[in-house]
Design a protein around this ligand. Sequence first.
Ligand SMILES: *Cc1c(COP(=O)(O)O)cnc(C)c1O
Length: 423
Amino acid sequence: MKFISTRNSTPSFSLDMALLAGLAPDGGLFVPETLPQINRADFNPAMPFAAFASQLLHPFFASSQLENALPAICERAFNFTIPLTQVDASTWELELFHGPTLSFKDVGARFLAECLSLLSNQKPITLLVATSGDTGSAVAAAFYQKPGVTAVILYPEGQISKRQAHQINCWGENILSLAVKGSFDDCQHLVKSAFADPNWKDMGLCTANSVNIGRLLPQMSYYAYTSLQFYLAHQQPAGFIIPTGNLGNATAAYWAKAMGFPIREIVLATNANQVISDYLVTGDFKPRASINTLANAMDVGKPSNFERLQYLFPSWPHFKQEANTFSVSDEAIKETIKENYKIHQRFICPHTATAYNTRKQLSSEPWINVATAHPCKFDDIIKPLLNQVPPIPLAMEKLLARPCHERVVENDLNAIKRMKMMH
Ligand SMILES: *Cc1c(COP(=O)(O)O)cnc(C)c1O
């Protein structure tokens, strides 16, 4: 399988080159040259998730150096459960938050870590990541002690929660986490400048955000697995409601649907950042500055994976036919968290609440709300609403028990390079 740029102006790449490059040379995003059509009968959703994922991903790894290692990569990356639980007569929740750092980002980050670590046998890799929360912790946990890779994680000093900072700063060894004296945008700018700087490029610079195809491919697996299980159990397909920011998770769902897995429809739930809903109404994609909301991992004004969806649905009418979007305000997020506890005794995180709120506005056909993070990561938001906090799972307790150390650095690429050299 070859991978091509959404901008179509570069030759095709092997999977291994696409994983190492992150972005295509023409500035586009890598997409698979084709999405192989599956025969449903070939897939057995009673098999363990890791084995199912390995079968699904195999065509994408054909002729990759990693092809023979794929079953072991899946086995090591997916070592936690992804349960589907029933909420009411026509609603289910897909719990993607049982990994080591309690968000769905563990799935992509752990898979990418296995792949890059194997590819680093040719040349050591420096991973540079800007984060406003969940990506940083998932990447730090996933790459910790992975041979051949050093991960440098930049976050804005004082602008992420204490718990988030702890999850990023409790590692050491090959993980260098730095609190930058600046904003999240400054952190992103530093990453972009490093990619433009030959000195950094010589360090085998690589990215782990959702522009990297190595995060999206594994995310198809849980949509494929769950949709097939649901279909066989209920003789009808379910729709998915996906809390959306950079559109990475949603792109993976659309790819699984395009391959022929029984997904009835896909609905995107956003917070007050409405760039996608506006696009569906006007046909104009107008990136803008992001608005801060309670669902902060979805505070995105310029969704990077939009280009991949546009590649899949090239015209506006086609896009509109495939996507339906609901924008959910902070007030509605709070109401939904309260209501859900009252009616179902369920704690949900503010991101997941956008899916639950959207569910109320849809048909009585079966829907699966995608739960993107564990509620205990957001106890500062939940406590004032419910007067109690969600129980802390063992994975989080283990992390909180590790000592942590914050290193502050100037908003300056040379200062970061010095820290990297001393590390
Ligand atoms: C990253 C994240 C999202 C948004 O996912 P995208 O793939 O960027 O659309 C939603 N919820 C949580 C908890 C996240 O961490």
